[in-house]
Design a protein around this ligand. Structure first.
Ligand code: ATP
Ligand code: MG
Length: 558
């Protein structure tokens, strides 16, 4: 889109720039937890955080929120960086880890204790939960709540030294057990966890909680606008309370609606079991809306960014139609990917009046949208393959493709007319016999005679053999019910992957680089699989079909 788009976050920042809040600085961060791969929802957050920073001449940090040692690892840290870069964003040298702040966070906790704003609680996790109360019903204060500061300090130091077993004590903020917002009922700030951390090793037997870590990490980095999804709205009072209690630099948290796309789920947690059970081939399974999966499927960074612009940023959640995303992908691929001829379900055609040993070559346009992409030669000979469903033995009215006695144009080559249908013992059509009109060379119009149908084809002698994987939506419901994780496999679309072998592609695809993208004319956009494609055994993934349901929907609505 040409005009810079507007949303309520940019309105807030505009206002802050006017009033001089944060000294007219903009500093954002993208704060993933390295416990899985990034998905399309994270891409929204990335585009927003990096986008806003760039627009206002500010900076965006990449910060790993790595406070849960048991679920996090270096593989995720590495791949998240790869994915953010691939999307087209750069944090320069501002790669941070919340774990780098552990010492500062610990010092801040001591300050809170000294100020009488935090205490060591020795109730069990279950007791703490039971004492929390419910909305409308106040919680119960812990019997340890009024421990003297000195005792709290001594206990917290011993927690840090590793003197206690997991779960025996926690550090809690001393706020209000009757607070209407349950988040504010003396939330836990630190817990004991004798676990090895992928960066800090065995240095820390205690780990800070998300709410405590997040606001202070933002503060330490001088973040101005801390953008997060709306489920954190109820945590905002705690975000503010901690920074106020410590009297440190105070960024502003702003919540926006997370991205939701029909027929899919955007959650690392929910994909993990499907991957572990082998139902999905991995985090980069092309059916999964992870960035790794989308890359493998053939989506482009530009199309993902364009999608995010069109979706925009709002306060209220809504369900986005996958067709909009596919529209953005087609728009990009239409301009950038070369067109080729590929036959997915081949039917042999013998052109009986074409000389047996002759090979003729035709010029084919690589992309009519972009003349600079040039032309290529495609070979034609007596035996070719066409798409099985481009032939109808008993064509309905208005069927313009190949049928007995009917003439069609072979893209870039000749007009052919079907003269004979060869069947096997079961009555299946196995071969067609056709004649060609030499005067129609290059697909022109001999004697002004027009044919209505144009079909694609490949030369049997020259075509290469390939496997093609057709993907469809992963779930069978626009809003998959994820309440029972055990039942996830049951709500998958059984047709989400169809593998075709014996597909025939024009010879120019013999050395397609893994990851390279093409339009298979009349079929869709395809990408050479980055994992499984080999020069002698190419594998292509269907990125998206050609059919544009979004533009149609728009027309109808408009
Ligand atoms: P998941 O549930 O998939 O694990 P998460 O929110 O726990 O997601 P984080 O690594 O904590 O994953 O997320 C990093 C950032 O991405 C956070 O700021 C989070 O708010 C944002 N984010 C996550 N999902 C979405 C989404 N669907 N739309 C927009 N932003 C999102
Ligand atoms: Mg999270």
């Amino acid at each position: 889109m040409t005009e810079p788009y507007r949303d309520f976050i940019r309105d807030i920042i505009d206002e802050d720039m006017k009033t001089g809040k944060f000294d007219r600085r903009v500093m954002t961060r993208f704060p993933p937890e390295p416990n899985g791969y990034l998905h399309l929802g994270h891409a929204k957050s990335i585009c927003l955080n990096f986008g806003v920073a760039t627009e206002y001449g500010g900076l965006c940090n990449l910060r790993f929120d790595d406070t849960n040692p048991v679920k996090e690892n270096e593989e995720y840290v590495h791949n998240i960086q790869r994915d953010v870069k691939w999307l087209g964003f750069d944090w320069d040298d501002r790669l941070y880890f919340a774990s780098d702040y552990f010492e500062q966070l610990y010092t801040h906790a001591i300050t809170l204790i000294k100020r009488g704003k935090a205490y060591v609680d020795s109730l069990s996790q279950d007791e703490i939960r039971a004492h929390r109360g419910a909305p409308g019903a106040p919680g119960i204060e812990s019997p340890y709540r009024d421990r003297p500061v000195e005792e709290n300090l001594a206990l917290f130091r011993r927690m840090r030294e590793g003197a206690f077993a997991d779960g025996t004590h926690v550090l809690r903020a001393k706020i209000d057990m009757a607070h209407p917002n349950l988040v504010m009922r003396d939330p836990v700030l630190y817990r004991i966890r004798h676990a090895h951390h992928h960066r800090t090793g065995d240095n820390w037997p205690i780990y800070p909680m998300y709410d405590y870590t997040h606001c202070l990490s933002d503060s330490i980095e001088g973040v101005t606008h801390s953008l997060c999804t709306w489920e954190f709205e109820i945590n905002r009072p705690l975000y503010d309370w901690i920074l106020d209690a410590l009297e440190v630099y105070h960024p502003q948290q702003i919540e926006f609606a997370p991205l939701n796309v029909a027929y899919t789920i955007l959650s690392k947690r929910l994909y993990r079991p499907l991957i572990e059970k082998g139902i999905l081939s991995g985090w980069d399974d092309p059916r999964v809306p992870t960035i790794a999966g989308m890359r493998r499927r053939g989506y482009t960074p530009a199309s993902i960014r364009a999608f995010m612009e069109r979706v925009g940023v709002a306060k209220k959640e809504n369900l986005i139609d996958m067709a909009l995303f596919e529209y953005c992908i087609r728009e990009d691929l239409n301009k950038t990917s070369p067109r080729v001829l590929a036959v997915l379900r081949p039917l042999k055609v013998v052109v009986i009046n074409f000389p047996e040993d002759q090979v003729e070559t035709f010029d084919a346009v690589n992309n009519p949208e972009d003349a600079s992409m040039g032309t290529r030669k495609i070979p034609f000979c007596r035996e070719i393959f066409i798409e099985r469903d481009d032939f109808e033995e008993n064509p309905p009215k208005g069927y313009f493709r190949l049928a007995p006695g009917q003439e069609v144009r072979l893209r870039y080559a000749y007009y052919i007319t079907c003269t004979d249908v060869v069947k096997d013992a079961d009555g299946n059509v196995v071969e067609l016999r056709c004649t060609y009109d030499p005067a129609s060379s290059g697909g022109g119009t001999p004697d002004g005679r027009k044919v209505k149908g144009t079909i694609h084809w490949v030369s049997a002698r020259h075509a290469i053999d390939a496997e093609v994987r057709l993907y469809d939506r992963l779930f069978n419901n626009p809003e998959p019910d994820v309440t029972d994780e055990e039942k996830l496999p049951e709500i998958l679309n059984p047709g989400s992957l169809e593998t075709l072998s014996g597909c025939r592609l024009e010879p120019s695809l013999a050395h397609a680089d893994p990851g390279s993208r093409y339009q298979f004319e009349r079929i869709g956009y395809f990408c050479a699989d980055s994992e499984d494609s080999r020069p002698d055994a190419p594998v292509f993934n269907r990125t998206v079909t050609l059919r544009d349901t979004w533009a149609k929907l728009q027309k109808k609505d408009g």
